[in-house]
Design a protein around this ligand. Structure first.
Ligand code: AHR
Length: 490
């Protein structure tokens, strides 16, 4: 088939906030214990952090990592994870029916974040706790006053404040599964009061209020409006969460799901702007898509996990090649919405629905590692508008799904990078590119595999991996492929 992508360098979407390449580590399964931290590991550093995992995290250039949850945070006492280890309580984690030893807390995690060259996006517990404890945590992390919580941090060995800039006001508080689930009105009041105390403690922080846990929540829309009306002046971002999957093994349908993400973002941005107009405010609320990924493979096996285990294998989705295409298109969608999405977190980073997996004898990367690596490496700069001409297909639930989806980024060094996916399962696409006069295609990296269900594993870590395509007269996107096209000035 023939397809066209037209780019006008003067038609910009927005500067890209690098934090859209953020990720997430929750106290859940083997994310922390066994994943980033394993003192007996052959690669462990002096604090017990796995250096093999740190190397892969650094390769992904993750600018921001959300911590410590997730559902976990809604039952968490942050003080349990501070101070001498021998005094830390072992507790039930009601969110994941696991045992939490508190060996790792904010003190250790900020050490890990330094080693990973990343910033922490800290979530506070608005489930079982409230504004006072949230404010105390801000003091503990960010203040250099001679007061109780800042002194407590010093006593624990950290003279310098951690300087955590972005804070989440709870997690998925609209969900009945959440510890301390709230109605929209209850959450809006609680978040407003927590926000006041947190910003009074440190006015330099940015706050993210919970939006809906997904597009299909019965309260979607009303929840956002209620929260925004109450918290508009306190917050900087509203959150969105979404997971995608192919439980019915319908690949054309699955490949169309990134369109749902696009619609979700645009609908929430519209709601933010309606409330802005209602309030006659000059302030724009931007979006934090702070949980997104594919998540469905592990659902059945998770039901077999015994309750009250320590670091059980939970949410360990093994991603196949078609999942990587979907993750690539979700990244394209985030780039194309860079004017409103300023933070996004691939959920999660290690072992739990993750691009990086560990075993006791090493680590390996999943198929989804690659589109994330490419976007995080080459997707920085300014997002440009693209005009795409191509055929479409229909699924039972979605009409007119374009075969080609793409985004274009003008990188800071003047290179233009185009990310493109060909959704067609059987036809390659010959690309007609316009607007790139004066540029030449320098590199074409492709992730493509005959078997849509192919996976990587510790024994076959390179089963699915990218390759370089020869540069010809025309760029050709193979059937069902993820592509990175890099154009340099002639
Ligand atoms: O990322 C896994 C879980 O998904 C998180 O704990 C929760 O916020 C969401 O439902």
């Amino acid at each position: 088939m023939k397809a066209s992508i037209s780019i006008n360098k003067d038609d910009k979407i927005s500067a890209i906030d690098n934090r859209i390449y953020g990720s997430f580590i929750e106290h859940l399964g083997r994310a922390v214990y066994g994943g980033i931290y394993r003192p007996q590991d052959k690669s462990a550093d002096e604090m017990g952090f796995r250096k093999d995992v740190l190397e892969l995290v650094k390769e992904l250039k993750v600018p921001l990592v959300r911590y410590p949850g997730g559902n976990f945070v809604s039952g968490y006492n942050w003080e349990d994870g501070t101070g001498p280890r021998e005094n830390r309580p072992k507790k039930l984690d009601l969110a994941w029916a696991s045992i939490e030893t508190n060996e790792i807390g904010i003190d250790e995690f900020q050490e890990w974040a330094k080693r990973a060259d990343t910033e922490i996006m800290m979530a506070v517990n608005l489930g079982t706790r409230g504004a006072a404890e949230a404010g105390n945590l801000v003091e503990y992390c960010n203040l250099d006053t001679d007061t109780y919580y800042a002194d407590m941090r010093r006593k624990n060995g950290f003279d310098e404040p951690f300087g955590i800039k972005v804070w989440c006001l709870g997690n998925e508080m609209d969900g009945p599964w959440q510890i301390g689930h709230l109605t929209a009105e209850e959450y809006a009041r609680k978040a407003h009061e927590a926000a006041k105390i947190m910003k009074w403690t440190d006015p330099s922080i940015e706050l993210v209020a919970c939006g809906s846990s997904n597009r299909w929540m019965p309260t979607f829309g009303d929840w956002e409006k209620t929260v925004l009306r109450e918290c508009y002046d306190d917050i900087d971002y509203l959150s969105l969460h979404s997971y995608y999957g192919n439980p019915n093994n319908n690949t054309p349908e699955y490949l169309a799901q990134p369109l749902i993400m696009d619609d979700f973002i645009k609908t929430v941005a519209k709601i933010c702007d309606e409330v802005k107009a209602e309030k006659n405010s000059d302030k724009t609320i931007n979006l934090s898509f702070d949980e997104w990924n594919v998540w469905f493979h592990s659902n059945e096996q998770d039901k077999q996990v015994p309750r009250w285990s320590y670091a059980p294998r939970l949410l360990e989705d093994i991603y196949n090649f078609e999942d990587a295409l979907v993750v690539g298109m979700l990244l394209i969608t985030l780039i194309n919405n860079a004017d409103r999405v300023k933070i996004a977190c691939l959920a999660q980073l290690v072992n739990v629905i993750a691009p990086i997996m560990t075993e006791d004898d090493g680590c390996w990367v999943q198929t989804i590692f690659y589109p994330f690596l490419h976007a995080s490496t080459f997707g920085r700069g300014t997002a440009l508008k693209t005009d795409i001409g191509c055929g479409t297909y229909d699924t039972d639930s979605t009409k007119n799904v374009p075969y080609i989806t793409a985004s274009a980024v003008e990188n800071d060094d003047g290179t233009i990078t185009v990310f493109a996916v060909n959704r067609s399962l059987d036809e390659e696409a010959e690309l007609e590119l316009s607007g790139l006069e004066g540029y030449s295609l320098q590199q074409h990296t492709e992730l493509c595999c005959d078997d849509m269900k192919a996976v990587n594993s510790i024994s076959q870590p390179d089963n699915v991996k990218p390759s370089e395509k020869a540069i010809g007269e025309k760029a050709v996107l193979s059937a069902h492929s993820w592509n990175v096209l890099r154009f340099i000035k002639k």
